[in-house]
Design a protein around this ligand. Structure first.
Ligand SMILES: [Zn+2]
Length: 308
């Protein structure tokens, strides 16, 4: 089967899942899409783990290189812990790589990450766990939308490409995912309530929870601490999702610093040079390579090769 970088791209938006399937078929252009979409995040997260610039670059490269090598062998890149979400898998790889780095060079760690490692690299055990339970009950598509839209605060254009959705539908779909999460969270609160009047106050609201309903919980909560806390939780679910869920999912979470670094990180346009190490890819595109230059150098910045 002919496998080339310039093979016909799909006409529809190429989601991460579709791109990973194309990577397995040897389409290096699909790997470039993955690289462009996620490199700023991976690099930013690595920057918050390691202090040395070269070490950050090396760790970021190893994480993507592992994705490429695994897919070319037909292996699974996105596991059960982060179903459907390549970004979390990549950040997971950065964190575990940085922890491994700490075993032989603690001085190279970023200060906050070094403190976390020194305390045992422990996952949070309290507030995030309840939120994580609700999050993990969401459909996979809703989890991915909330992760990229609320936790990572990314541009709907990027979210549309990652998820394979229409850009115009991203914001509304993310809001629907949040409503779904709020309904599940409400149900979990109701399960924990011992008093019938509390369960009635909470469970009767159902999944179509809106601001007025949250106010209703708060009104009942004037005489009930449990329901008051439940109302506060539901009213600030967006904020709690961004502040508590990432640490539960990834262990180490540098919070707003990560978002700031990611915002100024540049996506790499060119495919990294290590793709030459994989004959499954090079066998396809080397014959067309102009002497002294990589085939991929034909591409101009911003050219998606037909992929969205
Ligand atoms: Zn109550």
């Amino acid at each position: 089967m002919s496998r080339t970088f310039l093979s016909r791209p799909p006409k529809h938006v190429c989601s991460d899942i579709t791109a990973l399937a194309a990577v397995q078929r040897g389409q290096v252009g699909a790997f470039q899409l993955i690289h462009e979409r996620h490199y700023p995040a991976v690099h930013a997260y690595a920057t918050e783990c390691l202090a040395d610039v070269e070490a950050v670059g090396g760790l970021s490269t190893r994480v993507f290189r592992r994705v490429l090598a695994t897919r070319l062998k037909g292996g699974v890149v996105i596991g059960v812990r982060h179903p459907g979400c390549l970004r979390r898998e990549l950040l997971d790889g950065v964190r575990s790589g940085a922890v491994a780095h700490a075993a032989y060079d603690v001085a190279a760690l970023a200060p906050g990450f070094r403190d976390w490692v020194a305390k045992g690299a422990a996952w949070p055990m309290e507030d995030g766990s309840q939120l994580a339970r609700a999050f993990e009950r969401l459909p996979r598509s809703a989890q991915i939308l909330l992760w990229h839209g609320v936790v990572e605060q990314e541009d709907p254009r990027l979210i549309a490409r990652i998820t394979g959705r229409r850009e115009a539908a991203v914001v509304a779909s993310t809001q629907q995912a949040m409503e779904l999460l709020r309904g599940i969270r409400l149900g979990l609160h109701a399960e924990r309530m011992g008093r019938p009047e509390c369960r009635e106050a909470l469970a009767g609201l159902g999944a179509a929870l809106d601001c007025a309903a949250v106010s209703g919980i708060a009104a009942h909560g004037r005489d009930c601490q449990w329901c008051r806390e439940a109302g506060e939780d539901l009213a600030d679910l967006d904020g709690r999702l961004g502040s508590h869920l990432p640490a539960w999912q990834l262990g180490w979470w540098p919070g707003p610093r990560y978002l700031r670094v990611k915002a100024v990180s540049r996506a790499l346009v060119d495919v990294p040079s290590y793709v030459c190490e994989f004959p499954e890819l090079s066998a396809a595109w080397v014959p067309n390579r102009p002497r002294g230059r990589g085939l991929l150098s034909r591409r101009k910045p911003g050219d998606t090769g037909g992929y969205a």
